[in-house]
Ligand binder design. Structure first.
Ligand code: GRG
Length: 298
């Protein structure tokens, strides 16, 4: 393991402990339906690498914020992510039966409960974030605005719609990137931005560089995801049937070849790292996270 990879693993582990405790707090209050609450907890607390909350914490650190202010936004991005995975796995979408090595939420519970759990997690993300009085009200409003944009039709949901419309079609590289910038990139970008917004008075230039980092990393995440789908263990433990292969989705390796996709990944990583050049050691976790995202094996 390289030093950068060890730093990322250690950072992810520290983040996981802090963020999971916050997720527990946020999901501990009883709701009217015990079954719904169980499905929500099952979907959020049952694994996951916590890449987005870790990026949120790493961006906050790069911007000078290491306190607990960042936990609510980190938790909110993970709740949105969990909701998106539940809905993405539904029969009407990817129709997957396994996620994180265990039954997807609609298999473990039922389809209606899974839809409601996703809906409820999305609402909870905004409630948890907007109700966090550790963060100044104006910054919280900016975060809610950012997260709503990244989650909805301007971002993730819009990307998912393009994805569904593109099944069986040949996309150009530009079209593929548009889809991924929305579908997965927008939430990764929001994770970084929300983290930075927890710090007071971050210069515009630093925010711009963090945005460039997040955009490159969002695409790199997807290129590596596509490579893992054909080369790695995602096919074994992740989503074996009914999804990408069967639906003939456009992918980077299909468009560029495996070697071309790897080159593209290296270029995106270089661009992400270059955008952090003006930051000092406080951005080391962000640097390590970029290396981790492109080197991850699941
Ligand atoms: C259905 C509204 C709606 C949106 C779905 C993001 C998304 C849009 C679907 C996810 C489907 C998917 C598997 C996309 C590939 C990239 C991705 C988001 C992988 C899963 O993210 P990880 O690897 O997952 O961070 P863990 O399990 O570690 O949290």
């Amino acid at each position: 393991m390289t030093d950068q990879n060890k730093l990322a693993q250690d950072f992810l582990e520290t983040c996981r402990v802090r963020v999971d405790a916050e997720l527990e707090r946020c999901l501990e209050h009883g709701c009217a339906s015990e079954r719904l609450q169980e499905a929500m907890r099952y979907s959020v607390l049952g694994g996951g690498k916590r890449i987005r909350p870790a990026l949120c914490l790493a961006a906050a650190k790069a911007a000078g914020q290491t306190g607990d202010e960042v936990l609510a936004p980190a938790c909110a991005v993970e709740l949105i992510h969990a909701y998106s995975l539940i809905h993405d796995d539904l029969p009407a979408m990817d129709d997957d039966e396994l996620r994180r090595g265990r039954p997807t939420t609609h298999i473990a519970f039922d389809e209606a409960t899974a839809i409601l759990a996703g809906d409820a997690l999305q609402a909870l993300a905004f409630r948890w974030l907007s109700g966090n009085d550790k963060i100044e009200a104006a910054a919280r409003l900016a975060m809610v605005h950012e997260l709503a944009g990244a989650s909805g039709h301007y971002g993730m949901v819009g990307g998912q719609a393009i994805d569904l419309e593109s099944v069986g079609k040949t996309l150009s590289l530009a079209q593929l990137e548009t889809m991924h910038r929305h579908k997965t990139g927008a939430l990764i970008e929001a994770s970084v931005k929300l983290g930075a917004l927890t710090a007071p008075a971050v210069p515009e230039s630093a925010l711009g560089n963090l945005g460039t980092y997040a955009k490159a990393l969002g695409l790199a995440f997807q290129v590596q995801d596509d490579l893992l789908d054909i080369e790695g263990d995602t096919a074994v433990i992740g989503k074996p049937q009914g999804s990408d292969a069967a639906r003939a989705k456009p992918t980077y390796p299909a468009l560029l070849g495996v070697a071309g996709a790897r080159e593209h990944l290296a270029a995106l990583l270089a661009s992400a790292q270059e955008s952090l050049r003006d930051f000092g050691p406080e951005a080391d976790p962000l640097r390590a996270m970029a290396d981790y995202v492109v080197a991850r094996t699941h």
